[in-house]
Design a protein around this ligand. Structure first.
Ligand code: XMP
Length: 262
């Protein structure tokens, strides 16, 4: 493995500037086919077609459960060949030792960053962020998910007795998770594109880059998200199922540029 000298944040910024695109492609192929070389070929094909319009790929359980170690490595090597970053979306949420081993193995597989679930608490968050940064790996943490019923978790009003919030009677869960993200120094946070008010509230603090999934197929609007403060736009099925992925990506980029100028 070649030595990594810059941080994940500077790498993704560089990729986004070079490609002039803040779009991250979620490779969520759901193929009713046991042939995993066909799946790998499909992923490589869409990455090759779209690489000029995106800054990163995102891989989650769709592929982890189907592709082999070598195939995942192969896909990440292709992403790097095209100057793209690769994010593992496994919403990591375990004890410290397991988190550390997982990050080490993800990096060996060619990943640049992982999405974690901050429910592990601020102490474990700090520990995994410190370790990840020591090996130039990125940590992105959930703040508010995109699905319609995410308020059942992220929107709960909680009374917290921990050191961070002992003076407050009750706060929404997502604010506590955000405070964990900020204190631990993560590289980014995830707020669903369907939660415009939350994106706006958090982006006004100008502290951490916001990654938003949930566009188009899930109903999120590019224009509303960019106006609210989304930095990176995650999109999957709208592009994977498109008959013209490049046209659709160019249209997304046009909307992003247009909104920036308003
Ligand atoms: P679509 O097809 O809806 O894909 O464009 C969205 C991708 O993003 C993932 N996803 C999330 N990941 N926090 C995350 O970390 C979220 O709130 C969230 N919502 C969607 C989804 O699994 C898919 O890969």
């Amino acid at each position: 493995m070649t030595e990594i000298i810059s941080s994940y944040q500077s790498r993704i910024t560089k990729c986004a500037n070079k490609k002039k695109s803040p779009i991250i492609l979620a490779l969520d192929y759901d193929l009713d086919n046991d042939n995993n070389s066909y799946l790998l070929d499909k992923c490589k094909e869409i990455v090759t077609i779209t690489e000029s319009q995106i800054c990163a790929i995102k891989i989650n359980f769709h592929l982890f459960l189907s592709l082999s170690y070598i195939q995942l490595l192969n896909l990440n090597m292709l992403a790097h060949k095209f100057d793209l970053q690769s994010i593992a979306d496994i919403k990591l949420n375990d004890i410290g030792n397991t988190n550390k081993v997982t990050v080490t193995k993800l990096q060996k597989l060619g990943f640049d960053a992982v999405i974690v679930n901050p429910f592990i608490g601020v102490t474990e968050m700090k520990s995994i962020v410190n370790y990840a940064h020591s090996i130039k790996f990125g940590i992105i943490s959930l703040v508010y998910m995109s699905h319609p019923t995410s308020f059942e978790g992220y929107g709960l009003q909680i009374s917290s007795t921990n050191a961070y919030r002992k003076n407050l009677d009750s706060i929404p869960m997502y604010r506590l998770l955000y405070s964990y993200a900020r204190s631990s120094g993560v590289d980014g946070i995830v707020i669903g594109a369907t939660k415009i008010d939350i994106i706006k509230e958090i982006s006004e603090l100008h502290e951490i880059k916001i990654y938003s999934p949930g566009f188009l197929t899930q109903g999120g609007s590019i224009l509303e998200a960019i106006n609210a403060g989304t930095d990176y736009f995650i999109v999957g099925r709208h592009i994977l199922n498109s008959s013209s992925p490049i046209t659709d990506l160019k249209h997304m980029l046009y909307q992003i540029e247009k909104a920036k100028k308003i």
